[in-house]
Design a protein around this ligand. Structure first.
Ligand SMILES: NC(=O)C1=CN([C@@H]2O[C@H](COP(=O)(O)OP(=O)(O)OC[C@H]3O[C@@H](n4cnc5c(N)ncnc54)[C@H](O)[C@@H]3O)[C@@H](O)[C@H]2O)C=CC1
Ligand SMILES: CC(=O)C(=O)O
Length: 316
């Protein structure tokens, strides 16, 4: 019997559609079900994608309801509001999106209790934590997109700077997907050569230039929102990559938002850490030796997230 790889997407706005398009175009899913409170929008997006089937191959796309998500392996949540201007931080979206999640998670627990959930709505770390608390499924089956996007931006910028393929740059941004995120310079390398204190591709070590690249990666969303009003295409391929890792049971190591259980002494928060992902969600977490300063940065990130979480107690 042919194994169908069915993926659901809740929220067919900018991000949901970019994720659907990436999943469709790369044929990562064999069936995609789009759900939105605006049913016509979901229907229109499904029709539009289906018309590319001749060129892409046999990937079915349809709109549906929560009941239709029963047999999905993975469900992506992108529903909610985004930052409307570069002056608004991700954390400021919290109260609006947390109540949306309360409703969505209870419906998913009822209709698709076995699917792995990927959370993309912002603030993604807090909504991942909230989803883990609200849902009946095990926490390792609820994953936030976290800093995979920031890490992708960071590696693209470092690759451009050094003139190498970003896939040959090994550098992580961990912690919050947001203003307190932490670049792990102590582990960053190109082809095994540490970036810190070394000349690579004829570029002498330049702390200031590297810090500027990190700031650019960190502030990329604000810069893009200022120009086009939202971000969607890169997060679309990020989501598709996570889905692929799960459906193919890859055991790939990627930075995503997961529950911290005393990693580097940090507990009871969701934020990004290198995680091993496969069919059962997050199988393990990797904690390389990093500097005390980096650990301190991650602790601060955790505190920022915990302070925001304290403000949404009414969800308990
Ligand atoms: N994690 C990340 O790296 C990124 C996260 N985002 C976040 O993704 C979220 C979505 O952004 P956009 O797609 O630009 O927003 P959008 O406004 O274009 O789309 C949101 C969609 O959610 C739907 N929706 C709202 N409440 C719903 C509910 N209860 N049930 C079903 N559907 C519902 C709306 O009808 C709309 O179609 C935002 O929170 C944004 O900040 C955006 C980019 C990157
Ligand atoms: C909006 C957002 O979270 C991003 O593009 O990073």
């Amino acid at each position: 019997m042919i194994q169908r790889r069915t993926v659901g997407i809740i929220g067919t706005g900018n991000v949901g559609v970019a994720a659907a398009y990436a999943l469709f175009n790369q044929r990562i899913a064999s069936e995609i079900i789009l759900v939105d409170q605006n049913k016509e929008k979901a229907e229109g997006e499904a029709m539009d994608l289906m018309h590319g089937q001749l060129l892409v191959g046999n990937v079915k796309v349809r709109s549906g309801s929560y009941e239709d998500l029963k047999h999905t392996q993975v469900i992506i949540i992108t529903a909610g509001v985004g930052q409307k201007s570069p002056d608004e931080s991700r954390l400021e979206l919290l109260n609006r999106n947390a109540s949306v999640f309360k409703d969505i998670i209870s419906k998913l627990d009822k209709h698709a209790p076995n699917a792995i959930l990927i959370i993309a709505t912002n603030p993604v770390d807090i909504l991942t934590y909230v989803s883990q608390k609200l849902s009946t499924r095990e926490p390792h089956r609820i994953i936030g997109t976290g800093t995979l996007l920031d890490t992708a931006r960071f590696r693209a910028l470092l690759g451009e700077y050094y003139g190498v393929d970003p896939r040959s740059v090994h550098a992580y941004i961990l912690g919050e997907h947001g203003d307190s995120e932490v670049p792990i310079w102590s582990q960053a390398n190109i082809g095994g050569k540490p970036i810190e204190h070394n000349t690579i591709m004829d570029k002498p070590y330049n702390r200031e230039a590297l810090d500027t690249l990190f700031q650019k990666a960190k502030n990329a969303a604000y810069e893009i929102i200022e120009r086009k009003g939202f971000t969607n295409t890169a997060i679309g391929v990020v989501i598709a990559r996570i889905v692929e890792g799960i459906l193919e049971d890859e055991k790939s190591v990627i930075p995503v938002s997961v529950y911290w259980d005393n990693e580097y002494g940090i507990t009871d928060v969701c934020m990004s850490l290198q995680s091993v992902i496969g069919l059962d969600g997050v199988k393990d977490r990797i904690t390389p030796d990093i500097t005390d300063e980096e650990i301190e940065g991650l602790s601060k990130s955790a505190n920022v997230l915990k302070e925001s979480l304290a403000g949404i107690k009414e969800l308990d």
